[in-house]
Write a protein that binds this ligand. Sequence first.
Ligand code: UDX
Length: 446
Amino acid sequence: MDDAAVHVLVFPWPRQGHINPMLHFATALVDAGVQVTFLHTERNLRRLAQAPPPGLRLLSIPDGQPDGHPPGFLELLESMSTTGSAAYRALLSAADAPVTCVVADSTIPFAFDIAEELGIPSLAFVTHSACSYLAILSMPKLVELGETAFPADDLVRGVPGMEGFLRRRDLPRGLCCAERGGEDPLVLKIAEVTARTSKARALIVNTAASMERSALAHIASCTTDVFAVGPLHARSRFAASASLWREDDECMAWLDGHDDRSVVYVSLGSLAVITHEQFTEFLAGLAATGYAFLWVLRPDMVQMASSALLREAVGAAEGGRGRVIEWAPQRDVLRHRAVGCFLTHAGWNSTLECAVEGVPMVCWPFFVDQQTNSRFVDAVWRTGLDMKDICDRGAVERTVREVMVSDEIWGVAQAMAQQLRLDVAETGSSSSDFERLVHFIGELKH
Ligand code: UDX
């Protein structure tokens, strides 16, 4: 490596929904002439189904977890903070080319602490929305105010800029339908970790000012420098996602056989695990709509059920109208003319990917940021409807039907897509913020 070059170490939280946006970010940096090292865990590096984008150097550290064990967030944070952090420190200290700065996921506090200890500036990358970042940060205060639990429809006063529409049921929570609201230890831990991003030299958010102007302004008022550079996938030359599962490309031919806007695409992201009862309610609701559907059911997704069994259940109920796959080429699916709506958990990547294609959403949020994102989809952006914590066949049928036939929602979703394309075009606000960021990083070298 050229010692004179700006060299950024990009360190995502080792989960699919964090790797994807940070990989798009890394390739954008490479395109801007920056040298980039991308840090995976050893386990994920082995699992990657696809070659890395050219120009990107991949390194890895252990996650401290035994093989074959899918850990929860708190468990993984603990082992990453011990085993992973020691390897990270060693790697940073021994880097063959000096690291100008670290850009680490906002979820990994040790990444900032260790970098700064070694005299390396650190920047925090937020893979979720600006609105959910604010909501998460507000959680400890909301617990104090007693604003987190039921009654679910009461408006929340403690999250800046959202006083008029954010309800208690839209606040981050640990598990779908859990009744403990913000007292949930997972949410409070995430709030604590998120608060530590104030130590970072700047905050990079995968969002666009046109979508989240108010939330970004509130964040900017209490932090150093904020860069809204998203949706990053829409400006990335790296076409596919860095999937940890093998994508089922055959579903594209299946979509080709359907009319425009006639298929419901269903995916609850990379982490959600649903009960067998929830699966049954979704299936019955989808069947009752009469629409064809493409459903992503990861092998580990439904408690106590194999994917073969689920495929059989869907086949029997649907007489061929439903297709189940284990992992989709999601961005291609959303871009397909046959897709009329996306039944989604409202994870931020899925929300952005859907918004860029102008596809209406039906949201069934599962946890943490998704609760707030889905409220914004319904009440602020108006690009879809939010089922929130209701999961029964009637709600699924009603909401999917309503979104599929609504020209109004379709029109708003298409207008948002157009705006986002302008935002990531050469003179758009996200591109300008990205350029400003590259300059900011360059200045750190001096
Ligand atoms: C969670 C959070 O909800 C999200 O907001 C946070 O930033 C990361 O962790 P996750 O469940 O992974 O996210 O959902 P999402 O953010 O939507 O990311 C999933 C990614 O996997 C998307 O980029 C999506 O395109 C991809 N995906 C999903 C596929 O490529 N194929 C699939 O079949 C399903």
